[in-house]
Design a protein around this ligand. Structure first.
Ligand code: NDP
Length: 265
């Protein structure tokens, strides 16, 4: 199957774009979209988002007709989702032929304790609200705001993890959240055949989350495996992993709803 060389004239919404993998997604998407495209970048850290906006709005990008909008928002809050939708609707034009949503924002949760210590329902609810509920509700809002019409492609990406498939001791919140979130997108793929749904597992990335994993994990064996991966230089850069994700998106031959790992590409 011939591989596309661009993502079209896109409206591309990326959550957690202030650092790590989300930032790399924004940088690579900026190079792969056609003129007239818009990036909507969301996170809580305004300074980092604005620095990225400035980088992506340098003269060549501006000349290429790329608009970059930032939304300083907590995606775990309803108002956060509302401002992402408001900005996306304002930025949308009828020339857009591809709506892409990258559900990337996530948190690790408290990995310093084992499952049997999680007695407080509000702590668990708050984790699941940010990591599961928010991505379903944001996705639903985006799909409603930009309904299916001839000539419009719609792609929803969930940044997942091996932890959606494999239990890790002392990672009960993260593994539960990733498993639930991935199943949600699999259901969506079954329900909406016109939609392209990708669960992309980016592999072990050299990011703040990975640093938290190797310093805070309670389980000694899991902690050691993270420290060893770091010490042995086995972590991937966000750029390398994101390049593989973009390859999957450009080829566009994955089964909608599939879990695709960086090492499968
Ligand atoms: P980081 O912790 O480095 O970055 C997380 C991003 O999410 C930041 O931009 C952060 O921005 C944003 N974010 C966190 N909470 C919120 C919130 N409440 N509202 C809005 N934005 C928020 O993580 P990574 O880049 O490592 O991870 C990116 C994705 O990849 C995640 O889904 C993660 O689970 C997944 N993943 C990561 C792996 C790894 O090894 N790092 C391995 C497998 C999967 P801000 O703080 O500014 O709000």
């Amino acid at each position: 199957m011939p591989c596309a060389t661009d993502l079209g004239r896109a409206l591309c919404v990326v959550t957690g774009a202030s650092r790590g993998f989300g930032r790399a997604v924004a940088q690579q998407a900026a190079r792969l979209v056609k003129p007239g495209s818009v990036l909507v970048l969301a996170a809580r850290s305004g300074d980092e988002l604005r620095a990225l906006q400035a980088e992506l709005s340098e003269p060549e990008a501006a000349a290429a007709g790329l608009k970059v909008e930032t939304v300083v928002a907590d995606v775990g809050q309803m108002e956060g989702l509302e401002s992402i939708i408001r900005t996306s609707k304002a930025a949308f034009s009828e020339h857009v032929d591809h709506v892409m949503l990258v559900n990337n924002a996530a948190s690790l949760g408290d990995v310093s304790r084992y499952a049997q210590s999680f007695t407080d329902m509000s702590e668990v609810d708050s984790y699941l609200s940010l990591n599961v509920s928010s991505s379903l509700c944001l996705t639903a809002r985006v799909l409603q705001a930009f309904p299916q019409r001839p000539g419009l492609r719609r792609t929803v990406i969930n940044i997942t993890s091996l932890c959606a498939l494999q239990p890790l001791c002392s990672w009960v919140l993260y593994c539960t959240g990733k498993a639930a979130r991935e199943m949600m997108f699999r259901v969506l793929a079954e329900e909406e055949p016109d939609l392209r749904v990708l669960n992309y597992s980016p592999g072990p990335l050299d990011t703040a989350m990975q640093m938290e994993a190797r310093s805070r994990t309670a389980d000694p064996n899991i902690k050691k495996s993270f420290s060893d991966m770091f010490a042995q230089g086995q972590l991937l850069t966000c750029e390398a992993s994101c390049t593989n994700m973009m390859k999957v998106l450009l080829e566009d031959s994955y089964t909608s709803g599939a879990h695709i790992d960086v090492y499968d590409v």
